[in-house]
Design a protein around this ligand. Sequence first.
Ligand SMILES: Cc1cc2nc3c(=O)[nH]c(=O)nc-3n(C[C@H](O)[C@H](O)[C@H](O)COP(=O)(O)OP(=O)(O)OC[C@H]3O[C@@H](n4cnc5c(N)ncnc54)[C@H](O)[C@@H]3O)c2cc1C
Ligand code: FES
Ligand code: FES
Length: 476
Amino acid sequence: MKPAPFDYYAPKTLAEALDRVAQLGYSAKVLAGGQSLIPAMNYRLAQPAALVDLNNVAELFYVRPAADGGVTIGAMMRNSAVEHDPLIAARAPLVAEVLPYIAWPQIRNRGTFGGNIAHADPAGHLPAIAVVLNGRCHVRSRRADRWLSSDDFFLGAFMTALAPDELLVEVALPPMPARGGWSYRQAARQAGAEAMVGVAALVSLDERGRCAQARIAYVSVGEIPQLAAAAAQTLVGQPPTADAIAAAAAATADVDPGEDIHATAAYRRHLVRTLTRQALTEAFERARNGYAVLGIGDSQGRADRANTQYPIPNTQYLKALPITVTVNGVRYERAVEPRLLLSDFIRHELGLTGTHVGCEHGVCGSCTVLFDGQPVRSCLTFAVQAHGHDVRTVEGLGTIDKLSPLQEAFRDAHALQCGFCTPGFLITLTPFLEQNPNPTEEQIRQAISGNLCRCTGYQHIVEAVKLAAQRMAAGA
Ligand SMILES: Cc1cc2nc3c(=O)[nH]c(=O)nc-3n(C[C@H](O)[C@H](O)[C@H](O)COP(=O)(O)OP(=O)(O)OC[C@H]3O[C@@H](n4cnc5c(N)ncnc54)[C@H](O)[C@@H]3O)c2cc1C
Ligand code: FES
Ligand code: FES
């Protein structure tokens, strides 16, 4: 077992969750998507005495239109669900634009909107988006119910104004300004990697086509996202010509990205200037071309299905908790320690060793399984969280006698060498091909960007996916 032992609580309502965090105080951590907390626990950098798992609190999964024309997002909305939500596309297009930059689909399928903000990682995307959009954070505890501006919410790297008995329950984003435009640009070493520098811009024009407001905030620059005030000031009241935008980008001297192992300070300053110019150019272009706020109804969000079939067991950790989980169509009943990772449960409890374990912090993708049909990292999910859910591993894709079309194509196109990464690729690509029966090469490369192959056989993998798609289209 990698994480240190902890007591596990899985409240089913917000009221229960608030009671639990009030009772446990500093000793507990809230578990949202687990995509930042579980890696830290796997490495024992974090050793909370207790976890309060919010994944069964259906009240926190929603995207709703706000009366002011903006939108409110429940803290537990999965990032992948927000990414594809039509209300977000219509009312908060900058959010829809930035979400695909957060790691890979496997991480976004578990990671939550509220978790990303509450984590306050300087390299996190959503804190900067909350700041640039002037979002507000709704925070609740047993003793208080308060709204904080994003300026007041973020206090430092990984530090927020949340007290130990408080939960972030939702984030409200105001409507897009009239004649508004937006853009997000970033530089990263590879698709899905942390941004070296990311720039988010929100602008609006007045009736004469001059800049009415400009808000610019950065990802991976400083401990908390800050607005580039001087650059914005140069634009207000001016026609947003190429020269005015260049002058604003040059006025980013107050933005100090510092130096890290990935890039020198000089290079990162260069990125700040260049990406600011690009983001502002695109944002003003969009503002000029007109942006209509669409009226789209409430979208319910995608609540977890945990409670639908099986009652949640007694949620207080004693020694082992009973779980019922369906893996590859077979229903298993087991008792598990809360700290047992789903990857280890699948391999050691069920003997399904096709799911491989590489990095155990979400980077390599070899442990990917389908969780209710969606690819997720099994090394960043606890087995106890699979209670009542449906899991599919590589063993469930085909049989020795009859491989799946994708497995056959991998074999025929020589898409594996040592085979260590192969189960993760197959699991990631199976739903991808179902949803994209005729993918382009770019889409295939994007789909596999969250899976590493140490034998570096990517070209053959891409060929295998094309071959599988052709054969499936031909009904072979
Ligand atoms: C390989 C990898 C790459 C990544 N790359 C990026 C990236 O490029 N950009 C990016 O933005 N993120 C990235 N992430 C982080 C990912 O988006 C996380 O999901 C996110 O930062 C945390 O959200 P979560 O829901 O998983 O929260 P968790 O990991 O469950 O929680 C994170 C922290 O927030 C607290 N918390 C969570 N929800 C609440 C709440 N409602 N109220 C109070 N406290 C709460 C938890 O107690 C914990 O301290 C990456 C993660 C991985 C594993
Ligand atoms: S991503 Fe889970 S083992 Fe690497
Ligand atoms: S085939 Fe060896 S790691 Fe990918």
